[in-house]
Design a protein around this ligand. Structure first.
Ligand code: UDP
Ligand code: MG
Length: 316
């Protein structure tokens, strides 16, 4: 008996991507047509698009059974849309996650698949080049510099983003992660398994504007830092100990001077104001760091679902 072909799902979050979808569908179709050894599924997650993306998705799903769409009830954000797609891709042999804007070229997919067939459970697409410039680029570089220092460096490859493949077991492990604050590359690394890397040149967005605002990217970066490191909390403790020691030393110094009869000068207003503001600032930063963790704990304990599905076209 012939063994059934291995199934591979491409999971793509889509948010207001009408400008690029036609080309995305075309490039995916070519990929599927050229690699007939596998049973392909494209799972497109409409993350509350306001433009005609939904219609384009419907049309594509109606004409090509390899495409299926999931519509979320509103815009939940890239991470949640990704989770929705990965959840929907249960029972496939491999899940490939990529952006809909063709920054992750579908032509690299066969290389990911080969690495997987050669024994890797998780395959990271590692970019040789980046297309972002200016503030986005600077932010990304700063983030990676901080992230790799604060967290276990082995956890992640700085140049691996969303694009990659997870085999059946790794994807199942990923689905089991309960947290709401999701930093995808970190979580994917966290599940472990045998990891392989494939390098590629990241393209520019094929059409349209970036859909992730800079502020979203910043909060994504903070999620990454705070959900993978406790070092900020510890740093606050260290600063506290340091300031307390300095305070103690100064206190002892001035008391001794008083005892041996050296009078304190009556001025010192500037020094006092500076010290009060400095210490106040340090305390506020400390509270802020606590707040970052507290807010995330609050999100977790509410246990709201990551996303809600309005409609799903099932092909199985
Ligand atoms: N995206 C999404 N929900 C959002 C924002 C973006 O599903 O709220 C999708 C978007 O359609 C694209 C992917 O996430 O497929 C990456 O978005 P974008 O290209 O804007 O981000 P960047 O390339 O700047 O990381
Ligand atoms: Mg993009």
């Amino acid at each position: 008996m012939e063994t059934p072909a291995l199934s591979i799902a491409i999971v793509m979050p889509v948010f207001n991507e009408e400008a690029v979808l036609a080309e995305t569908f075309a490039r995916l179709s070519v990929l599927f047509d050229q690699n007939t050894d596998y049973q392909w599924r494209a799972i497109l997650v409409d993350d509350g698009s306001k433009d005609s993306s939904r219609d384009l998705l419907d049309k594509q799903c109606a004409t090509d059974p390899r495409f299926e769409a999931i519509t979320l009830t509103r815009n939940f954000g890239f991470q949640s849309a990704l989770a929705a797609g990965i959840d929907a891709a249960a029972n496939v042999d491999a899940v490939i996650t990529m952006d809909a804007d063709l920054q992750d070229p579908p032509e690299v997919v066969p290389e990911l698949v080969n690495a997987w067939r050669e024994g890797a459970d998780v395959v990271l697409a590692v970019r040789r080049t980046r297309q972002e410039t200016g503030l986005r680029r600077l932010g990304m570089d700063v983030f990676h510099a901080i992230f790799s220092r604060l967290t276990d460096q082995r956890l992640t490859n700085n140049n691996a983003g969303t694009f990659g493949l997870m085999g059946r077991e790794a994807a199942e492990a990923f689905r089991g992660l309960p947290e709401r604050n999701r930093f995808f590359p970190g979580l994917r690394a966290w599940v472990g398994y045998r990891v392989a890397e494939v390098s590629y040149d990241r393209d520019s967005r094929a059409a349209g504007e970036p859909k992730q605002s800079l502020s979203r990217l910043v909060s994504y970066a903070l999620d990454g830092l705070f959900s993978f490191s406790r070092l900020p909390l510890r740093a606050v403790s260290y600063v506290g100990v340091f300031v307390a020691l300095v305070g103690f030393g100064l206190g002892a110094f001035y008391t001794l001077r008083r005892l041996v009869g050296i009078e304190v000068a009556q001025t010192g207003f500037t020094t006092l104001v500076t010290l009060v503001l400095f210490l106040g600032g340090i305390q506020l930063i400390g509270i802020g760091v606590l707040g970052e963790y507290l807010g995330r704990i609050y999100d977790e304990v509410k246990k709201r679902p990551l996303y809600l599905v309005k409609k799903r076209d099932r092909k199985e």
